[in-house]
Design a protein around this ligand. Structure first.
Ligand code: LLP
Length: 436
């Protein structure tokens, strides 16, 4: 298992942020999601540094969908990040954390009236308008309150990027945003300008996720710069913000080879500068909204090893006390992870086992064919890179309680989300009166 951030092996044991993983599991139980807090802070700084060095006006917003919690929102604030929320629940979490509303903006392809009202009543910084319906709904909500709000338009730029490849499509088949090619963007701009309570300040595009290369960003930046120039010509619009979304990838396994984060961010800045120069436009404030690349490599899930099934000549299954309930990404996307036995880090590899969860479903697997040292029940299995889209997509399938989450730093651990109990699992059930 590749050791990210502040993970180290000391006396044959995995330590994260100076904390012994066996001690963590004794104190907090398993499954346990452990976040290396300093590593998140270092990555946030790696995002900001190239902008500071290039003296480019910028803002980095943490895409809280990757892992939303009060502690994480507070950390994002401490690191000078903005916050991207995509639902009333994520906004509620951010406001509960005391996050400054003026640095929050809301995404979503079907924001409800309740969500729009909640956002407007709390004076969040911006709304990312996604569709025609929303223009009218948001304007109505604002009119009722005699309020104005900054908005940016989500543009579907016809770039579909994933890992090393990107596809440049004329007409992007996506449920998000205004299509660039069919002229939806211009129509949307015209409509927004008819509503004086919507202050159009910029444009947004997001081209995909787990991207290793700046090539897709280059195409997106160029299309957006051309659009900025066109809107200036046609409407006299001086937009001040370009948000290029998130999507920068991480190294889940040894097959994922990508440059250091700072190099990628520098590349995104350069391709954007180049695109605006070509259009003779001044560079707007460049925003990025990373999720995975801020928190993905900072999370490690610790499980207790339990039962085992060996099928001679076919496969060995090693089961742990979690699974698709805390990490549905293999089941959903075929995602690949690396693992280690946290209390046997110096022992030689001696078995190939597939790591199974405890759900009543064959697809409940965490890793196929992991190569590990010999293991015993009660050993601690660590799966790395579980910081993004794991807890946030966790479920109570089979009425399994969600795990606890701790932040570790400098040898200290603090519980940031407590483990669900069986009482929590039934907390929304309305008890039925038993008839005599
Ligand atoms: N901005 C927008 C508009 C997005 O849709 C997303 C992710 C992000 C930013 C953050 O992207 P990131 O930097 O994390 O790649 N559940 C999937 C990922 C879904 C991504 C959804 N949008 C997974 O587990 O891989």
């Amino acid at each position: 298992m590749f050791l990210h951030g502040n993970s180290r092996v000391i006396n044959g044991e995995l330590y994260i942020g100076g904390c012994s993983t066996t001690e963590l599991t004794r104190a907090f139980g398993t499954p346990l999601i452990v976040y290396d807090e300093q590593h998140i802070r270092d990555l946030a700084r790696a995002y900001r540094r190239p902008f500071e060095q290039a003296s480019v006006p910028y803002a980095i917003a943490y895409a809280s969908k990757a892992f939303s919690s009060i502690a994480m929102c507070q950390l994002a604030q401490e690191e000078g990040l903005w916050l991207d929320v995509v639902s009333g629940g994520e906004l509620y979490t951010a406001l509960s954390a005391g996050f400054p509303p003026e640095h929050i903006y809301m995404h979503g392809n079907n924001k409800t009236i309740d969500e729009l009202e909640y956002a407007v009543d709390h004076h969040i910084g911006m709304i990312v308008i996604d569709n025609f319906h929303e223009i009218e709904e948001l304007s109505r909500v604002l009119q009722k309150r005699d309020q104005k709000i900054d908005v940016i338009l989500r543009v579907s730029p016809g770039v579909d990027a994933h890992t090393h490849e990107f596809i440049s499509t004329g007409q992007q088949d996506s449920k998000f945003g205004f299509d660039l090619y069919s002229g939806q963007v211009e129509i949307a701009v015209g409509r927004v300008l008819e509503h004086p309570n919507l202050r159009l300040v910029g444009l947004h595009s997001h081209i995909g996720s787990q991207i290793f290369d700046v090539a897709g960003f280059r195409v997106a930046a160029s299309r957006m710069a051309t659009l900025f120039a066109r809107l200036k010509r046609e409407y006299g619009l001086e937009l001040s913000i370009l948000n290029l979304g998130g999507g920068v990838g991480i190294r889940y396994t040894g097959d994922d080879i990508l440059p250091p984060l700072e190099v990628t961010v520098k590349g995104i800045i350069e391709v954007t500068q180049h695109a605006f120069k070509e259009q003779h436009q001044t560079l707007p404030i460049l925003m990025l909204e990373p999720g995975r690349s801020l928190v993905g490599t900072s999370g490690t899930t610790l499980y207790t090893v339990g039962s085992r099934k060996d099928i001679a000549g076919i496969r060995s299954y090693l089961a742990v006390d979690g699974g698709m309930t805390d990490n549905p990404r293999l089941a959903l996307y075929g995602a690949k992870y690396e693992a280690a036995i946290a209390n046997r880090m110096d022992e030689p590899n001696a078995q190939t086992v597939s790591i199974a969860g405890k759900c009543c479903e064959s697809g409940d697997m965490l890793i196929w064919d992991a190569v590990l040292p010999a293991s015993q029940p009660a050993d601690i299995l660590a799966v790395s890179c579980t910081g993004a889209y794991n807890y946030s997509m966790a479920s109570n399938y089979n009425r399994i309680p969600r795990p606890a989450v701790v932040f570790v730093q400098g040898g200290d651990a603090r519980l940031v989300i407590r483990r669900e109990t069986w009482d929590d699992v039934v907390r929304l059930d309305v008890p039925v009166t038993v008839r005599a």
